[in-house]
Design a protein around this ligand. Structure first.
Ligand code: ATP
Length: 240
């Protein structure tokens, strides 16, 4: 579904790499947290996957496409396969919740009857039933992020990328948002979420990819935000 092979990204030819020789694979249906300090390369990884930026070296494969050889005309096809959610919800302020979500389908050329079916389905999935006619400024931050998630998944993409989706939310609301992402993952969507929210990562116990200065330093199933010292002791004991 997603595969990085020896991927390095430099924003400037002589600068240090934002991603440094990263190799990893995310298979269909997985939920992965990408963690690391500010500047470690999380957003860079997300932006490579949507072909917003291109790798300096290495191969990025997404939904069966090699993004290094993708032509400009093939980019819309890639973007149909990927829903994206950001920290700053990026909603259209003058449009209602319903219109914000329907807008994506209109741009894609969906028929009216499809829009009428798919938008309420997406709003139900994120727990926004009954709020379709509100404007974004009549919603809480958590509700606005739910709209952004509904908008990302209404076209039923196989992949959902979320870049710090809880960065503007309080801890309880953050947990609700990740629960929504987890529910979407259970419908079969592959989810990758960049975050530096330690309690979220520790509570949800998903696969963790950790970046440090652009290097992938950890890839752990059911991981915590920080690698536990206890595990290191256990490993040492196992080796005795
Ligand atoms: N457009 C750009 N031009 C030049 N350097 C950039 C650009 N975008 C990011 N960088 C640099 O690349 C490195 C990785 O940045 P990136 O935004 O991927 O990190 P991050 O882990 O997402 O950080 P944060 O958690 O603060 O969003 C940083 O050193 C950053 O300064």
């Amino acid at each position: 579904m997603i595969r990085l092979e020896g991927v390095t990204k430099r924003y400037t030819p002589k600068g240090s790499p934002a991603l440094d020789d990263v190799t990893c694979e995310i298979v269909r249906g997985e939920f992965v947290f990408v963690v690391g300090a500010s500047g470690s390369g999380k957003s860079t990884m997300m932006r490579l996957l949507t072909r917003e930026i291109v790798a300096s070296t290495g191969t990025v494969l997404v939904a069966g496409r090699d993004l290094g050889t993708l032509t400009d005309r093939q980019i819309p096809g890639l973007r149909r396969e990927i829903g994206v959610v950001f920290q700053d919800f990026r909603l259209l302020e003058g449009k209602t919740v319903y219109q914000n979500v329907a807008f994506v389908l209109k741009v894609l050329g969906s028929k009216r009857h499809q829009i009428k079916q798919l938008v309420p389905e997406a709003l139900d999935l994120v727990g926004l039933e009954g709020k379709a006619d509100r404007l974004p400024d009549q919603l809480s931050g958590g509700e606005q992020q739910r709209v952004a998630i509904a908008r990302a998944v209404v076209k039923k993409p196989p992949i959902l990328l979320a870049d710090e989706p809880t960065g503007n939310l309080d801890p309880d609301t953050s947990a609700e948002i990740v629960a929504v992402l987890s529910r979407i993952n259970k419908t079969g969507t592959t989810v990758a979420m960049a975050t530096h929210d330690q309690s979220i990562v520790d509570d949800f116990k998903k696969r963790v990819l950790e970046l440090k200065d652009g290097v992938l330093v950890r890839d752990e199933a059911h991981g915590a935000y920080v690698q536990e010292i206890r595990e290191l002791h256990d490993t040492t004991r196992d080796e005795d």
